[in-house]
Design a protein around this ligand. Structure first.
Ligand code: SF4
Length: 618
């Protein structure tokens, strides 16, 4: 076995109640690295085109990578991969905490779950044994109570739990899978896939002092790790993460006019002083870290309040503050903490939840929804009680919550008429917290992201509004987005956290020390490109093409009304120019389909003729 890997993947079929241990081929490992790469290959090979993502045959897969649990900075991650019930695309969604590290320490590079259990169940992985156990007593439990009950039930206070809440059980498309209480595989609805399998949780007991994997060059790894901790982690590149973490971005985004405010109607929030990092610090009890992470970016906060009670939270992160704060017009930081905690317990993605909440509020205020439909409820921006109530209605699919549980695209389709103008989504995934009207590259990044609108595939705003590039011109943006997407495909395959300031050289050095292989940075770059092309092929096979790489009406046709980007919008002709250039540089045709020559160059030639894609490839 190649060092850095445990060498085994578990396949659990919940319908049959069977457990198999699969060995990974060396050639497979070398071509796809781990995490996202493993998931891309498995999903493409396992899934029959056009299956219902909530059917038993859609696999729910968890993968670690070669650096997971090694003690490298930002390496406490795992990736969940499945066909998304939210978008119908490939989906990978990663999370920190401890759970993913425990999976690898226990001796598994991944976990593939298929089928559907007859009754609500949980999986218990303990050393070499794997059991499917009854979880019917946990039906309807929130994530917190589920985690507490299962840690007690397995009798190991160090056991790690990944669980779904009521949202996942109710097949809400905004549902995530929550590791270790507050670390969420959030985007694209993986929690609904887990719910569709009647699987409440996966519990792992492992012995961190006896990891079941090796590091090839231990001394070299230790020396290199020390150097990176000194120069990168403790140096200027990670200062923002070590100090305030992502809440620092609230102020950055507001200053450059991209902070989503009241459903992206504007990019500056008049109450930003009440939700920025300085306010977060007043609620912070300590800094926190995922397993052995030297960056320790986490903010552990606490509130004690007559209204919300006593709440301890690992968070909130920037995205949560922006989507559940400025975007819903909420400027009460305590309420944002309470809402974040509620979303984690219900098991939901705060990005999509904040986005659809704000959308419903705008729809109400503009007369698309009336009180009768809402049972007398008034959906006003800035009303914390309504925001909280709506989260519960969505998780339990009550009233209007049943429609919102499907997402922004489905909600505006249900409203009809010109309500589509209010929805901020691409491919059915709700927009994260950077308005492209202040950083045009973000429009392309969201439009071409494999899982729908996502800032974790490419984050060109770092070079545009937060950097030196002109944020309003299209020049160089297609190449920038492609380079970032390919690098991130490698990061999510290693699996590193987004917050490590890593280039190909750093990643390759870690990879070589851990595995004993002798890769060059160019090899890694090629693997990133291979993974993204394979995923595009998966999406093409599912029927996706240029028509699905779109930007929302608001971004294209409504000028930013106030702030530094006043008067700017991403005109359709500018977007088209970027998209054409993007396809050309990718080696894809005008419809966004990878060409044969490109696929062969990437070692994907055998995929051209398989699974009905040959007829649409030129
Ligand atoms: S950088 Fe932060 S989120 Fe990432 S692994 Fe480290 S502590 Fe966790």
């Amino acid at each position: 076995m190649i060092p850095g890997y445990a060498g085994k993947v578990l396949h659990i079929d919940l319908t049959k109640g069977s457990v198999r241990k699969l060995r990974l081929r060396k050639s497979f490992i070398k071509s796809y690295i781990g995490g996202k790469g493993f998931g891309a290959r498995f999903l493409y090979d396992m899934v029959t085109p056009r299956i219902n993502p909530l059917s038993p045959s859609n696999p729910l897969m968890f993968f670690t990578g070669p650096v997971t649990a090694t003690g490298a900075p930002a390496s406490a991650r795992d990736v969940v991969v499945t066909k998304s019930p939210k978008t119908g695309t490939f989906l990978d969604s990663n999370s920190g905490g401890f759970w993913g590290c425990w999976l690898k320490i226990a001796g598994y590079d991944g976990l593939i779950i298929t089928g559907r259990a007859q009754k609500l169940s949980y999986i218990y992985i303990n050393d070499g044994s794997v059991e499917i156990r009854d979880a019917t007593g946990l039906k309807g439990f929130g994530v917190y109570a589920t985690t507490e009950a299962l840690v007690k039930e397995v009798g190991d206070k160090n056991a790690k739990v990944a669980a779904i809440g009521p949202a996942g059980e109710n097949l809400v498309k905004l549902a995530g899978i929550v590791n270790d209480l507050h670390h969420v595989h959030a985007r694209g609805g993986p929690g609904a896939v887990m719910g569709s399998k009647n699987l409440k949780a996966i519990v792992i007991s492992a012995e961190p002092r006896k990891p079941r994997f090796e590091i090839a060059d231990k001394d070299g790894f230790t020396d290199y790790n020390r150097k990176i901790i000194k120069e990168v982690v403790m140096g200027p590149p990670e200062e923002w993460a070590r100090t305030d973490g992502t809440p620092i971005i609230v102020r950055w985004s507001n200053d450059v006019g991209v902070l989503p405010t009241r459903n992206f109607q504007q990019g500056v929030f008049e109450d930003v002083d009440k939700i920025d990092a300085e306010v977060m610090r007043s609620f912070r009890t300590s800094k926190g870290a995922c397993y052995r992470c030297s960056i320790a970016c986490r903010n552990l906060t606490k509130i004690k309040d007559d209204k919300w009670g006593e709440i301890e939270l690992d968070g909130p992160e920037y995205e949560t503050i922006a989507l559940g704060g400025s975007n819903t017009g909420l400027s009460d930081f305590k309420a944002i903490i309470a809402w974040n905690s509620l979303a984690d317990d219900l098991g939901m993605d705060t990005i999509s939840l904040g986005n659809v909440t704000a959308l419903a509020m705008e729809a109400f205020e503009k007369g698309y929804l009336d009180k009768d439909v809402l049972g007398g409820m008034e959906l006003r921006f800035g009303d914390a009680d309504v925001q909280m109530e709506l989260a519960k209605m969505i998780a339990y699919r009550k009233g209007i919550g049943d429609v919102l549980a499907e997402g922004a695209r489905e909600f505006v389709a249900w409203l009809g008429g010109d309500a589509y103008k209010l929805a901020m989504e691409t491919k059915g995934l709700e927009y994260p917290a950077y308005d492209p009207r202040g950083s045009i590259g973000m429009a392309l990044a969201y439009a071409t992201a494999d899982r729908g609108a996502c800032h974790l595939r490419a984050w060109p705003i770092a070079a545009e509004a937060f950097g030196d590039m002109d944020p309003f011109t299209t020049e160089g943006k297609a190449k920038l987005v492609i380079d970032m997407q390919d690098l991130n495909a490698v990061k999510w395959s290693m699996v590193f956290c987004d917050f490590l300031d890593a280039d190909y050289e750093l990643i390759t050095n870690y990879f070589n020390h851990v595995t004993g292989l002798n890769y060059k940075p160019e090899t890694m770059k090629l693997i990133g490109e291979r993974i993204n092309n394979l995923i595009r092929l998966f999406n093409v096979r599912e029927g996706f093409s240029r028509k699905d790489d779109y930007i929302p009406y608001r971004v294209a046709y409504e000028e930013m009304p106030v702030g530094p980007n006043k008067g700017f919008r991403v005109k359709p002709e500018l977007f088209k120019r970027m998209l054409d250039e993007y396809y050309k540089l990718r080696g894809w045709d005008r419809n966004g389909v990878p060409k044969k020559g490109k696929l062969r160059k990437l070692g994907l030639g055998r995929d051209i003729s398989r699974m009905n894609v040959s007829g649409i490839i030129s």
